[in-house]
Write a protein that binds this ligand. Structure first.
Ligand code: FNR
Length: 181
């Protein structure tokens, strides 16, 4: 299975980037994870949506070819980081490449809520007609106080979190398979 990943933070030492790398490494027997670059995308522009810049075309093609999408994102001001929302807006138009894609949502924050509010908004956004993605139900991955759950090299060290992620990944793989039948 081939997944593309969207990471909602560009920060060099981003915890969410570290979690995305954890997924790529720990679950390599379940899927390949290709972390896509969203920061190079221009602002969505409806005037050029039929023939967008090459960087947008390439981004959409990579999503179209993937078997599923992993979103790993912080919460900014109780919602979705703008960079991620912008990418989703491009994906929602013309070739609607998110349509029916199995999506796994993951979020990490330094506060206790672990991106609950961001993910509530994300579920609404992903259910919009232009995106119409298939988000794994339940299995809500809210990694709060993430700074206590990774070591200084960015490795996830919290065994409860790792056990939970193992179970969620199993559920996601089964969910993605069930959609292909
Ligand atoms: C935050 N942070 C944050 N945390 C949270 O739980 N809810 C929130 O609404 C916000 N809002 C917010 C806005 C902005 C602009 C920043 C920079 C930060 C804190 C956030 O959880 C923390 O900075 C994470 O470390 C960001 O994720 P990365 O960059 O480490 O992946």
């Amino acid at each position: 299975m081939k997944l593309v990943a969207f990471v909602g933070s560009v920060r060099e030492k981003s915890f969410n980037k570290q979690i995305a790398h954890f997924f790529r490494d720990r679950y390599k027997d379940s899927f390949d994870v290709n972390i896509l670059e969203m920061s190079a995308l221009p602002y969505f522009d409806q005037d050029v949506e039929e023939d967008p810049p090459e960087v947008v075309k390439a981004f959409k093609e990579q999503v179209a070819e993937a078997d599923g999408v992993l979103i790993v994102t912080p919460e900014y001001n109780h919602s979705v980081p703008g960079m991620l929302k912008n990418a989703l807006d491009w994906l929602s138009r013309v070739e609607k490449v998110m349509n029916d894609k199995p999506v796994l949502l993951v979020g990490a924050s330094t506060g206790v809520l672990g991106t609950v509010r961001c993910q509530m908004h994300l579920r609404q956004i992903l259910a919009s007609p232009g995106l119409a993605a298939k988000v794994l139900p339940g299995n809500e991955v809210f990694i709060g106080k993430v700074q206590d759950k990774v070591d200084e090299n960015g490795k996830v060290t919290d065994s409860g979190t790792i056990d939970f992620l193992d179970a969620v990944v199993n559920n996601y793989v089964e969910f993605a398979k069930s959609l292909r039948k």
